[in-house]
Design a protein around this ligand. Structure first.
Ligand code: MN
Length: 302
């Protein structure tokens, strides 16, 4: 496969600095070499996405903190993702906090619209990221990115890179969910997003969860986008994240999920977000993330 690495050193969507160094941490953990060992051709997106320095920037609306720089970065990202897909290249987006998904999904959505195709989203995350300006307890936009991509919330996010809804909420599955705000819960239910919580993983096992998730994303969806938030993993495995939540996926559970997603054969784009090297232990979190991405992109045991 032909893969293009797109760096988005975005830290405006989360409430602490450090995730802007996520791309460096992933590179240090050997992302490129790991993918090349699998036989992929890996190239760099050379047009840098410019993210201003947080301390030089106005926070703005406290219910949508730093909306302006986030929207500007996401507009740039949407173009790069769409261009990669149009060139038949797999965009692998390295965050950055999860607010960047607004840009990634705008790019994927626009590409699919252009081609009259449809796609599904596999959102692997401890959180729903399904708040709006009205329901957010924190004002952090990384908690609104999936909702915005599904057409919910402030038009300055939902209309980014085009006024249309980027993804049909019925074509979204969330896996690993364990920390949802009260009103966010209602948003998820009303939108009809299919959620697999940690209780589902515990009761059914990951093999069954993956099978149900893929069955929810039927064959008329020609491609899948995987949005991998490293806080889906248990903090013991992935301590270098801004918003850790106990009781997360084990290494083996997420590894199996990635292998089963790869075996499905429809994954055409992916992003990895919320790696925070400041909070990490000897780059453990980025290292695990690279191993998971390698499995998603075809590494097999035998
Ligand atoms: Mn997230």
């Amino acid at each position: 496969m032909h893969i293009r690495l797109i760096e988005v050193p975005m830290d405006f969507g989360a409430n602490r600095r450090g995730v802007d160094m996520g791309p460096s941490a992933l590179r240090q953990a050997g992302l490129k070499a790991s993918l090349e060992r699998l036989g992929h051709r890996v190239e760099e997106e050379k047009r840098a996405i410019r993210i201003p320095i947080q301390e030089h920037t106005e926070e703005g609306d406290p219910r949508m903190k730093f909306l302006a720089p986030i929207a500007a970065g996401c507009e740039q990202l949407a173009v790069l993702v769409e261009e990669a897909l149009a060139a038949g290249v797999f965009p692998l987006v390295m965050g950055g906090d999860h607010s960047i998904a607004v840009g990634t999904l705008a790019g994927v959505g626009n590409f699919n619209r252009q081609n009259n195709t449809d796609f599904g989203v596999v959102w692997i995350d401890a959180h729903g990221d399904f708040n709006t300006r009205q329901t957010t307890p924190s004002g952090n936009i990384h908690g609104m990115s999936l909702a915005a991509s599904a057409g919910l919330g402030d038009p300055r996010l939902t209309h980014l890179a085009g006024t249309q809804r980027k993804v049909d909420p019925r074509n979204i599955v969330i896996i690993g969910l364990r920390d949802v705000d009260p009103e966010e819960k209602r948003n998820l239910k009303e939108a009809g997003v299919k959620c697999f919580t940690m209780a589902d993983v515990d009761q059914l096992g990951m093999a069954e969860v993956a099978s149900l998730a893929l069955a929810h994303l039927p064959a008329h969806l020609q491609s899948l986008h995987v949005s991998f938030d490293v806080d889906s993993l248990d903090p013991q495995v992935a301590p270098g994240v801004g918003t850790p939540v106990q009781g997360g996926l084990t290494y083996r559970e997420l590894h199996l999920l990635m292998e089963l997603l790869a075996a499905d054969g429809r994954v055409a784009s992916a992003e990895v977000v919320e790696v925070n090297p400041i909070l990490d232990v000897r780059n453990q979190t980025a290292t695990v993330a690279v191993e998971m991405l390698s499995s998603l992109l075809g590494a097999t045991i035998l």
